[in-house]
Design a protein around this ligand. Sequence first.
Ligand SMILES: [Zn+2]
Length: 196
Amino acid sequence: MGAARSARWLVAAVALVAVAGVARVAAKPGGHPRRRGIDALIIHSLGGPDCRDGTRFYKTVTGDARQWMTTFNRLPIVSIHYVVDRDGHVEAGVPEDIAATHATGWNQRSIGIELVNNGDGRDPFPPTQITALVTLAKAIMARHPGIAIGRVLRHSDVDQSTFPPERYGDGCTTYRRKEDPGDAFPWEAFRAALAP
Ligand SMILES: [Zn+2]
């Protein structure tokens, strides 16, 4: 191994250690200290579009809110403040004063809520789940008056990025990465319910 080549190996090794170190630090608190005020609330659904071997599909979301929060707590990169189950049970995760990692470019300023749902535009959101979401969202907005109703947003409102087809095999045409919570979510009724 020549000097230049071993130098390249060293750089690669240091980069790997640095990435591993960041992942561990991020995983322990489940988020990052906030550097700015909270002025947004972002609604997600757990499911979303995927594509493999030329076939586009939505994963079927199984498991309850508690199981999903356990999963989030183990994931090194993504994290969330709340998960709302289909039956209305609310599971709390990252504290609100910590920024979770759930919406690119919006993490520092927002609180994130995940809904247990396939996110495919067909899986219905039961009324018990929406009622619990409204109650939770109102409580969050009362705690953080900086969140105007116009800053209650869907993940699809703040992330228009696409997946390039070449990464997912022949036939996977480019599609939006984030559609959630999707067309089955009663967006207008939800926003109307938040009005004072
Ligand atoms: Zn999302």
